[in-house]
Design a protein around this ligand. Structure first.
Ligand SMILES: Nc1nc2c(ncn2[C@@H]2O[C@H](COP(=O)(O)OP(=O)(O)OP(=O)(O)O)[C@@H](O)[C@H]2O)c(=O)[nH]1
Length: 487
């Protein structure tokens, strides 16, 4: 099977799964609960102190589902919180009575869900005006991440102390790693979870996929190399911290920002978010085997700082792409894809200076379609537009690589012929004129044009050379059109 047909069959299957999930609310809830518990489990296994993990991606998933799905996700989330509490109890081997665990689970659920629900509502409100402004959206999201994760920390820890799940004094050691773990998990994973959930549960207003859906200009292998560079650097700095046991060595992990920024500026936002999630997960997973848990807080801050910088950087590739598109629009006439008027004048000025310096010959041809208004009036502007495109293509075919063809406005075109004498320019104009008469456009209409040629002298500016060619063009019109005049 060819690569293309494999791609199509995978896409077909994904579309079928997507439409099945979209139709079945219970399947959505079951999928979500399974995903939340897997993500919760991956965080719970990375504890810094009891109840506080180095990185808690479940916070990102809770926030994302509340943003995209809203209040309908509260019940499945509550179920997850209760199951998660029972699971945590079995991980720590605490053997708490089930009724007490149930109450603890409900209290955990209320604190966790309420905190992220407030943030999700606020982000939706803000995204109404900021979705197109990525730096502003990133700022709001980061502030909300810090505030929501702090609220979740305070409310969940208060609930756990109140229910007796943790001692009265131990929340003092727990609150900071708890908060930073939730913050890191949310800042890193919420954007990518929003993207995935919105694919299965399209949100009419909040469609972050507009940003994450951009097409890549680099190969996937190149992206993998960049990711491996980041992971390689992580292994080196962890090894350094493990061998030296010095805090200074742990701080070297902040250098991870460099490969991540390389990815952010050169890859799509989706790939950037994936590499950030991968790097953060790798940091959290490697802390135990490298025996550097004493620097857990440093690594938590590394994840937060890399995530925040990445989120701001997400705007850069979009800005570069917009800039490239705008540049294209400024340099080219959007209809005929010939040189735009402004760019034409710039380039003629340069060619003029060069011709004057080198004492070489330079000519201008100005041509205008005959009775073009008639085509517009009789067959409509779309037919007129197609006639303009055909005329430009026909002229391009008659020119050399070094000649410049531009649209000056309406149905008037300018050709710049460097290193060309007046006689040769007249011959070129004749060639275009003849070819134009052989062009048939919509409704069997044939085209013709009138041409003015001027040879540029040593003291000419663009305007003077253009005026002479334009006068020659009007003489050609006066003499009956479909001919070439020279001045
Ligand atoms: N379809 C289309 N028409 C355009 C565009 N720009 C200008 N025009 C039309 O082009 C026509 C230009 O007509 P003129 O060059 O003044 O006159 P003409 O009918 O060609 O007659 P002569 O030049 O005297 O032979 C006008 O009807 C404009 O509205 C465009 O981008 N698309």
């Amino acid at each position: 099977m060819s690569d293309l047909s494999i791609q199509f069959s995978i896409r077909d299957k994904l579309t079928a799964i997507q439409s099945y999930v979209l139709k079945h609310g219970l399947v959505q809830a079951a999928l979500f609960i399974a995903a939340w518990l897997i993500v919760f489990g991956s965080g719970a296994l990375l504890d810094v102190v009891n109840y506080a993990s180095l990185w808690f991606p479940a916070a990102g998933l809770t926030f994302a589902v509340l943003v995209v799905v809203g209040w309908r996700s509260i019940l499945p989330l509550m179920f997850c919180a209760v199951v998660g509490t029972f699971w945590t109890d079995s991980i720590y081997g605490l053997n708490t009575p089930p009724d007490e665990l149930f109450v603890t689970g409900i209290l955990f659920g209320v604190g966790h869900i309420a905190s992220y629900y407030i943030g999700a509502r606020l982000l939706l409100y803000i995204s109404d005006t900021s979705l197109q402004n990525l730096p502003r959206l990133a700022t709001c999201f980061l502030i909300l991440s810090a505030v929501c994760s702090f609220l979740a920390t305070i409310s969940v820890l208060t609930a756990l102390v109140w229910s007796g799940a943790i001692d009265d004094g131990s929340h003092v050691d727990t609150w900071l790693p708890f908060w930073i773990g939730d913050l890191a998990g949310m800042a890193v994973t919420a954007p990518i979870f929003c993207f995935i959930i919105a694919k299965l549960y399209p949100h009419p207003k909040f469609w972050i996929g507009e940003h994450l859906n951009q097409k890549s200009t680099t190969s996937f292998t190149e992206f993998l190399y960049k990711c491996s560079l980041g992971l390689g650097l992580l292994l080196v700095v962890m090894l350094l911290a493990s061998i030296s046991e010095a805090p200074e060595a742990a701080y070297a992990a902040f250098f991870l920002i460099l490969p991540q920024m390389w990815i952010t500026y050169t890859e799509t936002p989706l790939r950037t978010s994936l590499s950030l999630a991968l790097l953060s997960l790798a940091i959290a997973l490697l802390v135990t085997p490298f025996d550097v848990m004493q620097f857990a807080l440093v690594y938590q801050f590394v994840i937060c700082v890399v995530a925040a910088t990445t989120l701001y950087g997400l705007a850069v590739p979009a800005l570069i792409a917009d800039n490239r598109a705008l540049r294209g629009m400024v340099l080219k006439d959007s209809l005929t894809q010939t040189t735009s008027r402004n760019e034409l004048i710039n380039r003629v000025e340069k060619e003029l200076k060069q011709a004057q310096r080198q004492k070489s010959e330079l000519c201008l041809i100005v041509f205008d379609l005959d009775k073009f208004k008639h085509i517009n009036d009789k067959f409509g502007h779309v037919a007129g537009d197609r006639a303009l495109i055909s005329a430009a293509d026909c002229a391009k075919d008659c020119l050399r690589e070094t000649d410049i063809l531009g649209r000056f406005g309406g149905d008037e075109f300018v050709v710049v012929l460097p290193f060309t004498s007046a006689d040769a320019a007249v011959l070129t104009a004749e060639r275009i004129r003849l070819r134009l008469t052989q062009v048939t456009v919509d409704h069997g209409v044939t085209l013709s044009g009138s041409f003015g040629v001027s040879a540029v002298t040593g003291v000419d500016s663009f305007n003077r050379a253009f005026e002479r060619a334009d006068k020659a063009l009007y003489r050609a019109k006066d003499l009956g059109r479909n001919q070439v005049c020279c001045m």
